[in-house]
Design a protein around this ligand. Structure first.
Ligand SMILES: C[S@@+](CC[C@H](N)C(=O)[O-])C[C@H]1O[C@@H](n2cnc3c(N)ncnc32)[C@H](O)[C@@H]1O
Length: 256
């Protein structure tokens, strides 16, 4: 499928379903059942800093930084509805930001060598051009600027619970590999009476693209939160899986 068609399909999904996701994937959270910014302190002190969020969604992470006295807030998202929600949410809270409604892959009217931080919470994996997107992000950052992003951990797309119902079978309640870790092909996933198109990139694909861009990786985090790890009550499939492998992954990189 053409990259433009993938992006257009995903835009249609987000325009129709933005309200369902209002504030659900935003700082201090980096992902589901995952350590948070309160545990990690990847940003540190952002007061007086220039921040750009890629795939800013409903604007909750921008507000998080505004509450911490960031000097300038910029957000990019391909969905008009998400941008509308983000604008309204920031306004309600007495803040403003510059918004650009466009795909992250395109040439955008964003200053170069300008930002202290570029970040994205569950946004980067939507790109149809990972290397091109990283190159653009690096161009927006000042030298020594920081790029932080989180996304699904590829492993959790490759496994499923063994569904053999026989009581005597040892494998019951175990995770089995049902998809190849190496498969980076695009696939269509039905969600909310609609569908999205994504691919699962290997962790090495992200690392190598960061390195080729000229980023130094400072941290890569694959850590389920303490509450989920220690919980004896939470017996949901998601919690059980999160105790065995990371559901999300998070990178902090510096522009050299
Ligand atoms: C899981 S949401 C994360 C949103 C954000 N973290 C928040 O707090 O709402 C993913 C976002 O990526 C946006 N998106 C998807 N593909 C995109 C693309 N190619 N370029 C820019 N934004 C994109 C969607 O519109 C959506 O707002």
């Amino acid at each position: 499928m053409e990259n433009n068609n993938i992006t257009q399909n995903n835009k249609t999904y987000w325009d129709a379903n933005a309200d369902l996701w209002f504030g659900t994937t935003a700082l201090p959270a980096y992902g589901v059942k995952f350590v948070t910014e309160d545990d990690l302190h990847l940003f540190g002190d952002v007061s007086g800093k220039k921040m750009l969020e890629i795939c800013c969604g409903s604007g909750h992470s921008l507000k998080y930084h505004a509450d911490r006295n960031a000097a300038e807030l910029w957000g990019v998202d391909l969905s008009h509805k998400q941008i509308e929600n983000a604008k309204a949410y920031l306004k309600e809270n007495g803040y403003t930001a510059k918004f650009i409604c466009a795909p992250m892959e395109s040439d955008l009217d964003i200053p170069t060598n300008y930002f202290d931080y570029v970040y994205s919470i569950y946004g980067i994996g939507w790109t149809t051009d990972l290397q091109g997107t990283f190159n653009k992000i690096a161009s927006y950052l000042k030298k020594d600027g920081i790029f932080i992003f989180s996304w699904h951990h590829t492993l959790n797309y490759c496994v499923a619970w063994s569904c053999d119902q026989r009581k005597d079978i040892l494998e019951q309640n175990q995770l089995i590999f049902n998809r190849s870790y190496f498969d980076e092909a695009y696939f269509t996933m039905p969600v909310d009476d609609s569908e999205i198109i994504l691919c699962n990139r290997k962790i090495s694909t992200y690392i190598n693209a960061l390195a080729r861009t000229g980023f130094a990786i400072e941290q890569m985090i694959e850590e389920t939160d303490k509450k989920t790890m220690e919980s004896v009550e939470d017996d949901s499939d998601k919690a059980k899986m999160a105790r065995m492998l990371p559901i999300s992954v998070c990178f902090k990189a510096r522009k050299l």
